[in-house]
Design a protein around this ligand. Structure first.
Ligand code: UDP
Ligand code: MG
Length: 309
């Protein structure tokens, strides 16, 4: 019998976990597969780990990994993938925003051997702040222009993959992980399923606008170097503008003589150009910082305990 690994990253999910467990067991019972349910406790500050341990006591299928502190969802997903042993592997949120009921359908696509992965995307962003959806859309437009790797707008982290694809993902050993990009980077055939956005069952989202913004920058830096090239183009553009200015000024001096003036415009130009320079210095800094973190080679997460004691 084939095995399916279900990976659930959890950060402060004591309220959602029992509800999630109830839903997922319903689905697992209906399916003709063996399962392992891997909860990754991402350094929760509430009773999440205790809840998981209780589930483990009554259910052998439950496994868990608990981090020494909060390392972020990306690290939690990586840990889950590394611990998983199944032939098929799926990632699901604990808040039931990723409906477990879709699993049987997803598995069918992989069983047909036509696809290596089934991804899910939201058809709408209902229930999300307008400004947040706006920036999200802008981000996907921007990154798809700049990066060769395609990022699907509205794609969730909820997906099912074959063991082969999981191993390919695990081959990507970078420290700054951006899964949405990694999945398209490794390739393989993906079937996309859509569903309506759902509200979380309990607790609240851990993503503030600022956190999402930083995550977006992470995605850009991880998957494209276009911003670096932009500096060069900008430089050429300003050289060109300067050249035209020089010609105009020489012509003016020759025709009308040289009355001193125009220092306000000079001040504006200096401020503008130094602003642009600092901006690009910032972009360079961003890439340098990421390179710095990569070379340090620190562990992506630190495990405090697992179910094997
Ligand atoms: N999560 C995590 N570590 C974090 C933040 C979130 O493991 O630092 C988990 C969280 O418990 C949930 C999933 O990632 O299972 C998605 O988080 P959330 O629902 O807050 O994000 P949203 O659905 O709002 O994008
Ligand atoms: Mg959620």
């Amino acid at each position: 019998m084939k095995k399916i690994s279900i990976i659930v990253p959890c950060y402060n999910e004591e309220e959602s976990l029992p509800l999630f467990y109830e839903e997922i067991t319903k689905v697992m019972k209906e399916m003709d597969y063996s399962f392992e349910l891997i909860f990754v406790d991402d350094g929760s500050k509430d009773k999440t780990l205790e809840v998981i341990k209780k589930l483990r006591e009554k259910d052998e299928q439950v496994r868990y990994v608990s981090f020494s502190r909060n390392f972020g969802k990306e690290s939690a997903m990586l840990a889950g993938l590394q611990y998983s042993k199944g032939d098929y592997v799926t990632l699901m949120d604990a808040d039931l925003q990723d409906p477990p009921s879709m699993l049987p359908e997803m598995v069918k696509y992989l069983e047909s051997e036509e696809y290596d992965s089934v991804g899910t995307r939201r058809v709408n962003r209902k229930g999300e702040p307008v400004i947040r959806s706006f920036f999200a859309r802008m981000f996907y437009k921007l990154i798809n222009h700049m990066s060769k790797v395609e990022m699907v707008d509205g794609a969730r982290d909820y997906r099912l993959m074959t063991r082969q694809m999981v191993n390919a993902i695990l081959e990507c050993k970078e420290y700054n992980r951006y899964s949405k990009g990694l999945w398209s980077f490794v390739g393989f055939k993906t079937k996309w399923l859509s569903y309506e956005n759902k509200k979380r069952v309990a607790g609240e989202t851990k993503w503030s606008f600022w956190k999402l913004f930083k995550y977006a920058i992470e995605g850009i830096v991880a998957f494209t170097t276009v911003p670096l090239t932009l500096a060069a183009y900008m430089g050429i553009f300003f050289c060109f503008v300067a050249f035209i200015f020089i010609v105009i000024i020489i012509a003016k001096t020759l025709i009308w003589g040289d009355p001193v003036g125009g220092w306000p415009s000079l001040a504006c130009i200096i401020i503008f150009v130094s602003g642009i320079q600092l901006f690009f210095l910032g972009i360079f800094g961003e890439y340098l910082a990421k390179t710095y973190l990569e070379t340090k080679n620190r562990p992506i997460y630190i495990v405090k305990e697992t179910e094997r004691r």
